[in-house]
Write a protein that binds this ligand. Structure first.
Ligand SMILES: *Cc1c(COP(=O)(O)O)cnc(C)c1O
Length: 460
């Protein structure tokens, strides 16, 4: 069934022109970019779906707040406003701003983790995993098996596999598990939500074994919306109530505010009530991020963040936001274009393995589709598949990813229904000529994180 497009709960006051290049110009640009979309200049992109992080549009209130930046070194008005707002929303006593999500991880992870320790998460986001490993510990993912089935509906594919969690704790020894991490929504599983029931169960297990529970809170508001609309007993609760309950189950959170708090830069650490832990967080924040009352941000950024936190949990905004994703997904359903189902909160993961079955994993179907979308309509997405996964570090052989996705992440409050139609129409046009689309081979690659900088060429 086709989803109705939920009209924007805002009107547009300021516009940012975007360019449409001709088909021939796009062919030239992508060739010059070595068929790697990260090399494209953003001004050569018509619809940019590379990330939903820091790419949202701020409101009039936020921009007005920027003008009220108090740039004092210590104790600014904006810091106090931010702390008070975050205390109210999350119900936590201590709030520490930082410059983005990974900065929060850099501050927090070494407090809990060291060599010999483990962190267990429903799924670690890549920077979270990196900071677990930088602290000398090991990261274990423990998501429910439904997350791996792209075709079948399940309302909370982001959940922790709690049975397996208990087994892992018993196997490695509770004293060796430094942290249990709940990522909401589960980014790496495709923006899939975690249920309140699963939060509660996970927190009971954590308590029983005396292991701290940390929320990776980048998309906490989208997660709360999914709980409200999908979980029994929460239909009549407000987003605020749901957020308060979710956070009541954890001891601390790290947050990239570049997602649900709709700012272009910013992050937070929250601590429920442990004063000793707050002291440790402050001691790490000062050398890494700057004094506690600015944490790597300007006063004006703190103000925009305080306002964005409130706008991000507004029900009408969230209904429109998730409504956009559902509208796009319903257009793909009509056309039989496969994606990770149901669609997540911030991105749609097109199943390139099923759309381009003639391209083997070592010729990168997810990347081929991403290039094709740029050629077709100037849309920029990215591969989340074997191209991103890379080579086995021991043998140097190409690894095969579980999935071959092209990820289209949708910035907040930026694109309109007509833009979403351009995306759907481009995918439909590509589906019609899918047989003729060729795979790619790498002509140059660095040793690690190759997808950002590798060079490719089409296989003739
Ligand atoms: C984006 C993100 C981070 C890292 O945040 P940055 O602001 O990009 O440093 C951590 N965890 C999750 C789940 C994220 O989506």
């Amino acid at each position: 069934m086709k989803s109705k497009y939920i009209a924007e709960p805002f009107r547009i006051k300021m516009v940012e022109p975007i360019k449409t290049l001709s088909f021939e110009e796009r062919l030239k640009k992508i060739e010059e970019a070595h068929y790697n979309l990260f090399y494209l200049d953003s001004e050569d992109v018509y619809i940019d779906l590379l990330s939903d992080s820091g790419t949202g549009a701020m409101s009039t209130e936020q921009w007005a707040g920027m003008m009220k930046g108090d740039e004092a070194y210590s104790g600014s008005v904006n810091y106090k406003h931010l702390v008070k707002t975050a205390q109210e929303i999350f119900g936590y006593k201590y709030i520490q701003p930082v410059h983005q999500g990974r900065a929060a991880e850099k501050v927090v992870m070494p407090i809990f983790l060291k060599p010999g320790k483990y962190a267990i998460a429903n799924m670690h986001f890549d920077t979270t995993r990196a900071h677990v490993e930088i602290a000398g510990a090991r990261a274990i993912d423990c998501v429910v098996p439904e997350a791996l089935d792209t075709k079948t509906y399940s309302p909370f594919k982001g959940n922790m596999d709690t049975k397996r969690l208990v087994k892992l704790i018993e196997e490695y020894g509770a004293e060796n598990i430094g942290l249990i991490i709940m990522t909401i929504t589960n980014n790496s599983a495709g923006g899939q939500p975690v249920s309140m029931e699963n939060m509660r169960e996970t927190s009971e297990i954590a308590k029983k074994y005396n292991i701290p529970l940390l929320i990776d809170a980048a998309r906490f508001a989208e997660n709360a919306y999914f709980i409200k609309t999908r979980e029994k007993g929460y239909e009549n609760k407000s987003i605020r109530e749901i957020v308060l309950e979710m956070f009541s189950y954890a001891q601390l959170f790290t947050m990239s505010s570049k997602k649900d708090a709709i700012v272009n830069i910013g992050g937070l650490i929250g601590i429920k009530d442990d004063e000793e832990l707050y002291e440790k967080v402050k001691s790490n924040t000062i050398p890494y991020e700057g004094f506690i009352s600015y944490g790597g941000l300007a006063g004006r950024d703190l103000e925009a963040l305080a306002i964005g936190l409130k706008e991000g949990i507004d029900f009408n905004y969230l209904r429109y936001r998730i409504g956009q994703m559902e509208y796009l997904a319903s257009r793909l359903d009509e056309a039989g274009i496969p994606y990770q189902y149901p669609v997540g909160g911030h991105a749609i993961f097109i199943d390139a393995k099923r759309l381009l079955p003639h391209i083997p994993y070592y010729e990168f179907p997810g990347q081929a589709l991403a290039v094709e979308l740029y050629k077709e309509a100037g849309i920029r997405g990215c591969d989340v598949g074997s191209y991103m996964l890379g080579n086995d570090p021991d043998t140097g052989k190409q690894l095969q990813a579980e999935f071959e996705f092209t990820r289209l992440a949708v910035p907040r409050r930026v694109y309109t229904q007509a833009h979403l139609d351009v995306i759907a129409d481009a995918l439909i046009a590509i589906k019609e000529r899918a047989d003729s689309i060729k795979g790619y081979k790498i002509t140059w690659e660095p040793k690690i994180l190759r997808h950002f900088t590798a060079k490719l060429k089409p296989i003739e």
